[in-house]
Ligand binder design. Structure first.
Ligand SMILES: NC(=O)c1ccc[n+]([C@@H]2O[C@H](COP(=O)([O-])OP(=O)(O)OC[C@H]3O[C@@H](n4cnc5c(N)ncnc54)[C@H](O)[C@@H]3O)[C@@H](O)[C@H]2O)c1
Length: 325
């Protein structure tokens, strides 16, 4: 099964759902990327959800996206309920353009939807030698510290920086694990790790289904709760999008568009110390890497190796999945 056959099959599915050829291409690209980095819960597992939301007119397949120029550095995008990939792709590209002109780009996106992995967008900025922050809010999944009910999303925080070699990209949800992994465990009848979620009565559970009905736990207790709140403010309140638990769950809530918000901040890393930035980054990485290793690191590399499956197996799986459409 060749990769371009898969690509063309996915593109056809989006075109059949009335997306333009260009937008179909963007969505295809991001879905395949998610599978190839083994983030399956963000890949094809969501294709049906996208198609269902388009059919129910909750995602606009032909959005009239408006970009309002606030200043040479700052833009405000109204994504017109477009599919999240398209809105975010446009958002990060505008942020890159702004930073190339002025040294800093700030783009806020409203009326968007679920956009996949934040690192997809961060990668585009670091490839253009820019430092980047990406934020998006998400449907309620985390209880604010001290509360019983989910309100914040798993609101990821993503930071990227060019290093002269492989970029540094940190991309982490503010929940102990991301919600997609819990959905996938539920679908496959698998357990979830202990200590990542509570059932609806507030007891720790390893049952994925009970966790989906209950609430997830934030990273680092109250600190993670605060970070999730920060993301809700930056990508929800600031953009004029849904916030405070009002973002609709794309799988379960068909009462309206998601109205998610994203924030992209791009910075020319040479603004203050010029070419020395890359030199200092290199020193910085070398200092971290030369520290004596703690026990358990070997274990981490084994885990990573096991998670990277041969691309061939993934492509066959994608092919079989697409036969359903
Ligand atoms: N669009 C949305 O609504 C939404 C919501 C939540 C999460 N997400 C995405 O889900 C993805 C997964 O998030 P996650 O929090 O489950 O990721 P994760 O826990 O697998 O990784 C988080 C970060 O920690 C790093 N990391 C992982 N294990 C490590 C180790 N042992 N040592 C050092 N570093 C390590 C990873 O490289 C990554 O940068 C992210 O790409 C995020 O953007 C999207």
């Amino acid at each position: 099964m060749k990769k371009n056959i898969l690509r063309s099959k996915l593109r056809q599915i989006f075109i059949k759902h009335k997306l333009s050829r260009k937008h179909s291409e963007i969505c295809t690209d991001y879905l395949i990327k998610a599978e190839l980095v083994n983030a399956q819960s963000h890949g094809l597992a969501r294709l049906k959800m996208y198609c269902d939301r388009i059919k129910k007119k909750l995602i606009n397949p032909r959005p009239k996206i408006k970009i309002k120029k606030i200043s040479s550095s700052v833009s405000y995008v109204d994504a017109d309920d477009s599919i999240g990939f398209v809105a975010a792709d446009l958002g990060i590209n505008q942020a890159i353009k702004n930073a190339k002109k002025t040294g800093i780009g700030l783009v806020e996106v409203k009326k968007s939807g679920y956009y996949g992995l934040s690192s997809f967008y961060a990668e585009q900025a670091v490839k253009k030698n820019l430092m980047v922050f990406c934020f998006t809010n998400a449907p309620p999944a985390l209880a604010p510290h001290g509360a019983k009910k989910s309100l914040f999303g798993t609101n990821p925080i993503c930071f990227g920086v060019p290093t002269g070699k492989a970029p540094f990209i940190l991309d982490a949800s503010t929940s102990m694990i991301n919600r997609g992994k819990i959905r996938r465990a539920d679908k496959l009848g698998q357990k979830i790790p202990f200590g990542v979620a509570l059932d609806k009565d507030g007891n720790i559970t390893t049952d994925a289904n009970k966790a989906l009905k209950g609430t997830q736990l934030p990273i680092a207790g109250y600190k993670g709760s605060g970070l999730a709140w920060m993301v809700d403010i930056l990508s929800g309140v600031l953009t004029g999008s849904s916030h405070g638990g009002k973002t609709k769950d794309p799988f379960d809530d068909f009462t309206g568009p998601q109205n998610m918000g994203h924030l992209f901040l791009t910075i020319n890393p040479k603004l203050f110390i010029g070419k020395n930035f890359l030199k200092e980054m290199k020193n910085n990485i070398a200092l971290v890497k030369k520290l004596p290793k703690a026990k358990g690191l070997v274990q981490y590399f084994i885990q990573v190796r096991e998670r990277i499956k041969p691309i061939k197996r993934i492509l066959i799986k994608i092919y079989l999945y697409l036969q359903k459409f």
